[in-house]
Each structure stands twice: as C-alpha cells, then as structure tokens.
Design a binder for this molecule. Sequence first.
Ligand SMILES: Nc1ncnc2c1ncn2[C@@H]1O[C@H](COP(=O)(O)OP(=O)(O)OP(=O)(O)O)[C@@H](O)[C@H]1O
Length: 296
Amino acid sequence: MTPVLRARGLGRRYGRRWALRDCTLDIPGGHVVGLVGPNGAGKTTLLKLAGGQLAPTEGSITVLGGHPAGGAAQQARIGFVAQDTPVYAGLSVADHLRLGAGLNPGWDAALARERVERLGLDPAHRAGRLSGGQRAQLALTLGLAKRPELLILDEPVAALDPLARREFLQGLMEAVAEHEFSVVLSSHLVSDLERTCDYLIVLVDSRVRLAGQVDDLLATHHRLTGPRRDPDRLPAGQHVVSASHTDRQSTFVVRTEDPIHDPAWTVSRLTLEDLVLAYMEGPAPAQGRPVLEVRR
Ligand SMILES: Nc1ncnc2c1ncn2[C@@H]1O[C@H](COP(=O)(O)OP(=O)(O)OP(=O)(O)O)[C@@H](O)[C@H]1O
C-alpha cells in the first residue's frame, strides 16, 4: 500500500537555520496518526511541507504518491487545518462556504451545510466574531467539506477549552468513520491523541524516534521496577528506552516482544503519555541504527 506521506532526507532551512533536517518517514494510509514531539522538533515544518505550503531545501516528500504542490488536482486531495485555524475575519460563515465551494472541485456542500447547522453557527456571522472553538470548527468544516483523501491538522485544538476540544475531535472522528480518509494530527495533548489516534509518531530533532500502531506500541512496552541493576544485564530482547535509578532501585521502560519472567521485576503497563515521554526524554539512537518501528 502506498504510504500517504513519504519523506526521504527531507530538510527545510531558513537562512542558516534548519527547521527540519534529514527527516525520513513513511506514514501508512487508513489511520488517524498522532504526531507528537517537543517544541521546535519540526512538526509544523513537516506538515507545511506535506501540505505544499513550503518547498523542501533538500530531500524529497511525496503525499498520496504525488508532489505536495503538484497542481490543483493534487491539492484537492489534501485538506489542511493550520495551527491558528485561520479563517477570514471579515467574511461570514456563509462566505467561507461559498469560497470553499469555488476553490474545491470535490466540495461537499451538503456536508458543509449540515455541519454548520449542527454546530449552531449562524451563516451570517462574521468569522472574526466567532469564539476560538467556533473558528476551529469552521476551519475543520472547510477541511472536511473538501472531502480530502488526507486531512492534515496542525495543533488544531491547542487553544480550546476541554469541552470545545472534545466536540472538535468528536466531529473529526465522526467524519473519519463516515468518509474513511487518512488523518495526520499534531498535538501536545497526548490525552487527546490517546482518544483519537490509532497510529503514533514521536518526532524529536527532525527524526522519528518511534512510529507504530498505538495498540502494538502499548502491548510491547513495559515499565520494570526492581532492585538496582545495570541496563547491560537485561536480556538481549529487552530494548531499554529509558532508565532511572536510585541507590537501591532501578526503573526501566523497555520494549520487548517477549514475556517478562524475571521475578525481581514489578512489571506495569504504560499509558500513551508515559510512552511519549520515555521516547522524548530518552537518548537519541546511535547513528545508522534503524529507528524503532513497531508494526502489526
Ligand atoms: N519561518 C521560520 N523562520 C525561522 N525559523 C523557523 C521558522 N519556522 C520554524 N522555524 C524554526 O524551526 C524549528 C522547527 O519549528 P517547527 O514550528 O516546525 O517546530 P514544531 O515541532 O512544530 O514546534 P511547536 O511544537 O513549538 O509548534 C524551530 O526551531 C523554529 O524556531
């Protein structure tokens, strides 16, 4: 199956500063993918390159098998909701829908109308006077009514209160269930990703630290707590992601496909947040070593 997004040695530089460098990844289709990583990791830059708003300085990127900025036909296949959920403050909700219909050949007017009604948005209301949550919902409506094969959302809910966030994400999930498109969603709110995403990518310093289906990642990672032990003394099949020690005790986050039999350890499961933090805090993989990828 062609990945929805493929990057090879992808880089983007501003002046002498690299915003993204040597990024290589494949995002499989048919998933709601959570993209997470520390501030400045390059997530927005990667998503803008995928949306065709930026051109690479080096390397390559293909989206749905084509060039992201490859003309109107390719652009019609990709929906993009940017970080600040941009809408035109002076235009009304109805103007936005008219604009969307004029610009997008596959525009689903019924979907747009139905969503605006359901959200209780007044079509005559100027976008500049909508609340943050309503603006985000309008931006999502424009992205969905395009009926894209891939919808990219860059921190769309960061500024919303918990209720507005839940409603936004519910709307997204309903649309995914109904229309079956792929989604890449970047967020710092791992609890939101936990509720919505079935595939996770952790990006640190432009590099993929971890990628895989959420269920598989959670099933193959464990926290081991027990008497102090050197990580080198763990079995070969237990890959240490992070380690911390007190004088008497060691705590490891390990990835393994095998059962853990050692009675010295108390073994506990990780939440998605634990997993993300372990990879964000852990050391960078050695040069040339493949990034950890867990697939079913
Ligand atoms: N237009 C720009 N000009 C100069 N540097 C930039 C520009 N855009 C991004 N950068 C730099 O590139 C790096 C990556 O930025 P990017 O916004 O892609 O990171 P991010 O992972 O999305 O971060 P955040 O989680 O804070 O949104 C940062 O160091 C940022 O300062």
